[in-house]
Design a protein around this ligand. Structure first.
Ligand SMILES: Nc1ncnc2c1ncn2[C@@H]1O[C@H](COP(=O)(O)OP(=O)(O)O)[C@@H](O)[C@H]1O
Ligand SMILES: [Mg+2]
Length: 250
């Protein structure tokens, strides 16, 4: 890692436009190693877009993304996954007609791009890791079940498992609690905390669930109309007038 920077991930003045719409405008954001950071904002405020810019799913119009001191602005998602950054999606992406274990083994973030990569037989170490992670995520008893038969929460856990396959230092989770029942939300929280405390993994959590953010995060960024509205600890964010106005104002 670049010793000049204390940050694991840095977004500098990120701007993303879709035609005439500026979805993200000049946003600065940084995450330290081992930190749990939240990203909140009203619907359509640009959370997923910023997330896609950081994880390199979308090309950005202005600004740059630095990971572990390296400029990754032009790298592909599977390349940054290999460097230690993984992500999940707001709309769950698992292969419903494959088993839970098979989903873990073909995780594209792990394998790179293309069908050949996906079909390449997996190494025994990879299989062992998949089994261990499924047990850790309380999905061990469902290994041979079709992913399509899992509940919403179990699919979220499976997606987290797939993102964990390359053993990332940073995980970006987009609405990990959406469509998840309260019991499994507690499981997800508990597993995130364990990964953070025991393995030092950092998290960027994009959420609409404010309670989840308040419980989990050391620091929170708030987006509104694509711009950074506030940044701080959860307590100060929840009491911030501009944030309250953005959420509940006219
Ligand atoms: N692929 C796209 N093409 C055009 N507009 C988009 C696209 N993705 C998002 N947007 C627009 O960008 C804005 C931010 O969307 P998004 O990042 O999904 O917000 P959030 O995740 O905070 O709900 C919205 O106005 C949305 O309609
Ligand atoms: Mg979103």
């Amino acid at each position: 890692m670049n010793t000049a920077s204390p940050y694991l991930l840095e977004g500098h003045k990120i701007t993303k436009r879709f035609g005439g719409l500026t979805a993200v405008h000049q946003v600065d954001l940084a995450i330290r190693p081992g930190e749990i950071v939240g990203l909140i904002g009203p619907n359509g405020s640009g959370k997923t877009t910023l997330f896609n810019c950081l994880s390199r799913l979308l090309p950005i119009d202005e600004g740059k993304v630095i990971f572990k001191g390296k400029d990754i602005t032009r790298r592909k998602p599977f390349q940054v996954a290999r460097m230690g950054m993984s992500r999940t999606f707001q709309v769950i992406r698992v292969y419903r007609k494959m088993t839970v274990l098979e989903n873990m083994l073909i995780s594209r973030q792990w394998r790179g791009e293309g069908l050949l990569q996906m079909l390449r037989p997996s190494h025994p170490d990879t299989e062992r890791r998949a089994h261990e992670l499924l047990d850790f995520l309380m999905l061990g008893h469902l290994k041979h079940e079709l992913a399509g038969r899992l509940s919403g929460g179990q699919r979220r856990l499976l997606e987290i498992g797939m993102a964990l396959m390359p053993d990332p230092d940073l995980l970006l989770l987009d609405e990990a609690t959406s469509g998840v029942n309260p019991t499994l939300i507690e499981t997800i929280k508990d597993r995130i905390r364990a990964l953070n405390r025991e393995q030092g993994k950092a998290f960027l959590l994009v959420e609409h669930n404010i309670e989840f953010i308040a419980d989990m995060c050391e620091r929170v960024y708030v987006l509104n109309f694509g711009e950074l509205l506030a940044e701080g600890d959860p307590q100060s964010i929840m009491n911030n007038e501009a944030v309250i106005e953005a959420y509940f104002g006219a």
